[in-house]
Design a protein. Structure first.
Length: 375
């Protein structure tokens, strides 16, 4: 009896234990709440451009086997899917040199950070000293520079020719001294009855000083004198000059006024005018009180050593615009001339010009020359 009960109890216990074990095995395994979820592995790219299979995620506890099986299945599926994907490569350029590439394509950091060097051309350095260009020369000579010039001039009808010698010296950068002497002339002497062209020595001489107020304007004061009979006048000028770049310059007013102080106002331009005035003093002829001369010039520097120069203006003899006793003809005249200035050496100038001393009279056609030497 006792043995039969013991066998029944053991049989019931074994049956209950087997049921509990089967129910435990049938439930899914869960991960602990404190363990973080596994991260998804990033696919890697092989040499042939295929994606590598994903690594299986690790499980813990009793789900290791199920996780391994699921991972193996996923790996097989990933390998199967990755093998079907091909990465497209960029097509080669149309030419192997790359000149046909898209200019809008992004550049490398090397090109951006290190742009190509830009060549900078330095401005030409102008040599120091007195400029060879006529357009760039100052009104007054620089300090300690001297210039000797000869200015021959002739008028066609009635024929009369004169030549003046002028010396300039730069005392300071702002002050210049000048001396002008009318060397000689060819004309018909008005004091004789016989009409004959002959040479006459000059009798006009004068000193002048130029003081620069600014680089573009100065004041010039001179005292022209005639030796026999003695006559003297006061010459005033306001020489101006404006330079535009390296090619152009305009100026003038360098011989603005010539006012009689004694007998008549001598001139350095034409000795025949001085001889006529000197002869008038012997016959008590009314003399001109002087002259107002408004002249302007322009310079075009064609080459550094070659310049084209033009000059024009008006002259009012006896300070009048009509006819007076002090004028041989019309008191108001208009003059014009054009020529060139050539500088073969930095110390030497040669020039020639043609024009009219009075546009109203064709006989006043007057060629002129210029020769200057600097030391």
């Amino acid at each position: 009896m006792t043995a039969r009960r013991l066998i029944s109890v053991l049989t019931v216990a074994l049956s209950a234990g087997a049921g509990v074990s089967a129910s435990v095995d049938a439930q899914p395994a869960t991960q602990p709440a404190t363990q973080p979820a596994p991260k998804k592995a990033k696919p890697t790219r092989g040499k042939a451009g295929k994606k590598a299979p994903l690594a299986p995620a690790k499980d813990s506890g009793s789900a290791a086997g199920a996780g391994s099986a699921a991972g193996a299945g996923a790996s097989a599926a990933g390998a199967s899917a990755g093998s079907a994907v091909q990465m497209t490569e960029d097509p080669p350029p149309k030419d192997m040199t790359g000149t046909a590439e898209n200019p809008d394509a992004p550049h490398s950091m090397l090109e951006t950070d290190n742009p190509p060097a830009v060549e900078v051309v330095a401005a030409p350095v102008r040599p120091a000293g007195y400029p060879i260009e006529e357009a760039l020369r100052p009104i007054a000579l620089p300090q300690n520079l001297s210039e000797v010039s000869v200015m021959p001039h002739a008028q066609v009808s009635p024929y009369a020719a004169s030549s003046a010698l002028r010396v300039r010296y730069g005392v300071t950068p702002k002050v210049q001294l000048g001396l002008t002497y009318l060397i000689g002339a060819m004309f018909d002497d008005p004091s004789t009855v016989e009409a004959k062209q002959s040479f006459h020595s000059g009798k006009a001489v004068g000193l002048d000083v130029t003081v620069m107020l600014q680089d573009w304007i100065g004041v010039q004061v001179g005292v022209p004198m005639y030796i026999s009979p003695f006559a003297v006048s006061l010459a005033l000028g306001a020489p101006i000059k404006f330079t535009f770049g390296d090619k152009f310059a305009i100026g003038g007013l360098d011989d603005f006024l010539n006012i009689k102080l004694s007998r008549f106002a001598p001139t350095f331009y034409q000795e025949l005018q001085n001889a006529t005035a000197a002869n008038g003093t012997m016959t008590n002829t009314t003399q001109s009180a002087g002259e107002l001369r408004v002249s302007l010039y322009g310079v075009y520097q064609y080459q550094p050593d070659f310049a084209v120069i033009g000059r024009t203006g008006i002259q009012m003899e006896d300070f009048a615009t009509g006819k007076t006793n002090g004028c041989a003809g019309e008191c108001l005249t208009t003059f014009i001339s054009a020529g060139f200035r050539y500088t073969p050496r930095k110390y030497l100038d040669v020039g020639l010009s043609i024009g009219f001393d009075d546009l109203a009279h064709g006989g006043s056609f007057a060629p002129a020359g210029f020769l200057a030497f600097r030391i």
